[in-house]
Design a protein around this ligand. Structure first.
Ligand code: SF4
Length: 699
């Protein structure tokens, strides 16, 4: 305590790095002309005063000397500082000229899942009202789209977790499918440890061993991309052994007979052969899940970022519905979100097909309502655009000629990243709003400096749908502006002041509340005043409403109140290993880095833990390809190649290699990953592709 009292300044803030949204206090002290910092977790409801290493060191990037502090314009191969007035004038001149010559849709907008709710909302409005373009999508397309479309279709509503994280210890059986919670959301892990202490049986699906699979009672090392088939196997066991919850199915669901007929036609031995999971293991997992009094399923990108990601998640939801494991304490589904505001970022209209409050851009009544809120006519509201990767393709085809990027680094996060680079180079005008000169920003014609989490004020929504108010801990350095201010400034320059009169994040939130009113993600009853005292769950349709923590207790969000089953084929990934590329590649995260690493690679403490990328290879596979442990290895697919350090790993499948995705340039594994899209949600097949490996020979 004496040590803490010695600090001069205390700033309450919230970690920007994952959807748990842990809160903390940053203490500052000047010592011999230098500032030193200490981070203390704050006690709050979700992470129970825990912080992981990312949260403890988040301030290091926000205070980093490479922060961009003023607008910068490209002059030849370099950037030069310019004034905000000149920057805004430059944008107007370029966007206006390009749109006059090529139509409004020649300009695109690309957002991010780490923006605050206010910024995500305003970005959608900015694209449709200020720029009048249909081309807007965001990096969350690569993150949550499969889980979102599957939940919408099955339950009629998409919210990350259908109940509270505090209910996890009450679950008797938990399936963790393609999620590495121990490294990606470490402060959630104690909830699962508590569940295990309480007697829960934990089943993990992952082609390799991780800190999360080590917690599990059963680790199913499924063949990459065969998760949907594995769930079909479990469904078959449950139906064959009459372990399903018939009264729940009859009262609360539609489509069971079709599912039953489909599952009965499947062969368990064939599924075992195709998934690499023995029949006995499938039977044991299925019996545990179906006979536990409560059960939860958590999915993440491992099973979602597939060319059949929508159907795969749908099958996990079938498993939940067949066993009646939803709408009660300790039972439900969770899509474990990676991005800081992955939940809120997908609710307010920065998706190509979406308007605020989860409204559809194609629904006449929804268009009418939002047009009225925005003060435009329905005819003026653009229609549906295309998904993030399809926007990249349109840029490469020179249909989209200018792009405005806010809160994203698509050159590193896009699959088939060589195409993304080619596409960015073809743009006539690229504006990037960022804190750093990221790999993408280096290609920009204009870079605008944006605020960090320490300077932002605005709301965020965690993976449970709990809305929180993040206050500014310090003022913006240099000429940095908030993202919402930048959007208003550009809109005003484009002559749209009437629609963008906002002077604070709270004013934007108050318009967002009205825009969401009556929608599925209804924030109308949530105010800044209320958020000063509590975190509030949506849907919250009126000021006195308590918000809904646990969803679907009585009915689902479809019109008839019932959930829907879907029959799912034993899908195989679209790209399979072959003679030329004989191994599977799968990708993922490490604990000390976040997304493309643009922030965490600039945090000395985090960067020191993982200074470079690596390739995990089973030793017998490595030997077959003449790869030495710790030597440099080339990983190559039909799209491109990278080089990274090879690390032997006895725990990974022999037919699979693993590479993390937090590095750019020569270590950017997305130069190798697969870009084919899921037909429903347009999620690219990041997680499974065919590669070959070879030692890098030092000439
Ligand atoms: Fe909490 Fe996630 Fe930040 Fe870690 S990264 S401190 S788990 S919000």
């Amino acid at each position: 305590q004496q040590q803490e009292a010695a600090y001069e300044k205390a700033m309450d803030t919230q970690c920007p790095f994952c959807s748990v949204q842990c809160t903390m206090q940053l203490l500052e002290q000047r010592e011999g002309g230098r500032k030193k910092y200490k981070v203390l977790p704050l006690k709050e409801t979700v992470s129970e005063a825990r912080l992981c290493i990312k949260g403890r060191n988040a301030h290091q990037h926000a205070l980093h000397r490479e922060r961009i502090l003023h607008p910068m314009k490209r002059v030849g191969r370099h950037f030069e500082q310019i004034s905000w007035d000149d920057a805004l004038h430059f944008i107007k001149e370029q966007f206006t000229s390009i749109q006059e010559q090529n139509g409004n849709d020649a300009v695109g907008v690309y957002g991010g899942g780490s923006l605050t709710n206010e910024e995500a909302y305003l970005l959608g409005k900015f694209a449709r009202v200020a720029l009048k373009t249909k081309h807007i999508d965001y990096n969350g397309r690569y993150c949550m789209s499969a889980a979102a479309s599957a939940m919408n279709e099955a339950f009629g509503l998409d919210r990350g977790i259908t109940n509270l994280v505090q209910e996890i210890p009450y679950s008797r059986c938990i399936i963790l499918a393609g999620t590495n919670i121990a490294e990606c959301q470490p402060t959630l892990l104690p909830y699962f440890q508590k569940a295990k202490e309480n007697g829960a049986f934990i089943i993990a699906l992952d082609p390799r061993e991780t800190l999360t699979t080590k917690l599990a009672d059963m680790h199913l090392k499924v063949k990459p991309g065969m998760d949907a088939a594995l769930v079909n196997g479990m469904l078959k066991v449950i139906l064959d052994q009459n372990l399903y919850d018939l009264s729940f199915i009859e009262e609360r669901t539609n489509g069971f007979e079709e599912l039953k007929e489909h599952i009965e036609s499947l062969d368990l031995n064939e599924i075992a052969a195709s998934t690499g999971i023995q029949r006995e293991q499938m039977e044991r997992a299925a019996v545990h899940f179906a006979t536990g009094s409560t059960g939860m399923v958590f999915t993440a990108r491992g099973v979602e970022q597939q060319t059949h990601g929508h159907a795969t998640v749908r099958n996990f939801l079938n498993l939940i519905l067949v066993t009646g494991n939803i709408g009660k304490l300790g039972s439900g589904y969770g899509a474990v979100t990676g991005q800081g505001n992955g939940q809120g970022g997908r609710e307010h209209g920065q998706k190509a097909d979406q308007l605020p409050g989860y409204r559809s851009i194609e629904h006449p009544e929804h268009r009418k309502y939002i047009s009225k809120v925005w003060g435009i006519t329905e005819e003026e509201l653009p229609g549906k655009g295309v998904s993030a990767y399809e926007m990249i393709e349109k840029m490469d085809a020179e249909e989209i000629k200018a792009l405005f990027i806010m809160g994203s680094n698509p050159l590193v996060s896009t699959p088939n990243a060589n195409l993304a680079e080619s596409a960015l180079k073809k743009l006539k005008f690229l504006v990037v709003v960022d804190m750093f000169l990221s790999e993408t920003a280096k290609h920009a014609d204009l870079v605008l400096p944006s605020s960090s989490y320490l300077e932002d004020e605005g709301t965020m929504t965690n993976m449970e749908g709990r809305v929180t108010l993040r206050k500014a801990a310090r003022s913006c350095p240099g000429e940095v502006r908030h993202d919402w201010q930048i959007l208003c400034d550009v809109a005003v320059q484009l002559g749209k002041k009437t629609y963008f009169p906002f002077q604070s994040a709270e004013e934007i939130f108050n318009e967002l509340r009205v825009a969401s009113k009556g929608g599925k993600a209804d924030y109308y009853g949530i105010t800044y005043k209320r958020l000063e005292k509590e975190r509030v769950f949506w849907p919250c349709p009126a000021p006195g409403h308590p918000g809904e923590g646990r969803l679907f207790t009585e009915s689902f969000a479809h019109e008839d109140g019932k959930a829907k089953f879907l029959t799912v084929a034993n899908h195989k990934p679209k790209e399979q290993p072959n003679r030329q590329f004989p191994l599977y590649l799968t990708t993922g995260r490490v604990m000390s880095h976040y997304l493309t690493g643009a922030q965490t690679r600039r945090s000395p403490a985090l960067a020191a833990r993982e200074i470079e990328s690596f390739i995990r290879i089973h030793p017998s596979t490595a030997r077959a390809f003449h790869v030495q442990n710790h030597s440099l290895v080339k990983v190559e697919s039909a799209r491109g190649s990278i080089q990274a350090r090879g690390l032997y790993d006895e725990s990974i499948r022999e037919d699979t290699v693993f590479v993390p995705f937090h590095w750019g340039d020569e270590q950017n594994i997305n130069k190798v990953t697969y870009h084919a899209l899921d037909p429903v949600c347009k999620m690219p097949g990041f997680k499974v592709c065919a590669v070959r490996i070879a030692p890098v020979v030092d000439l």
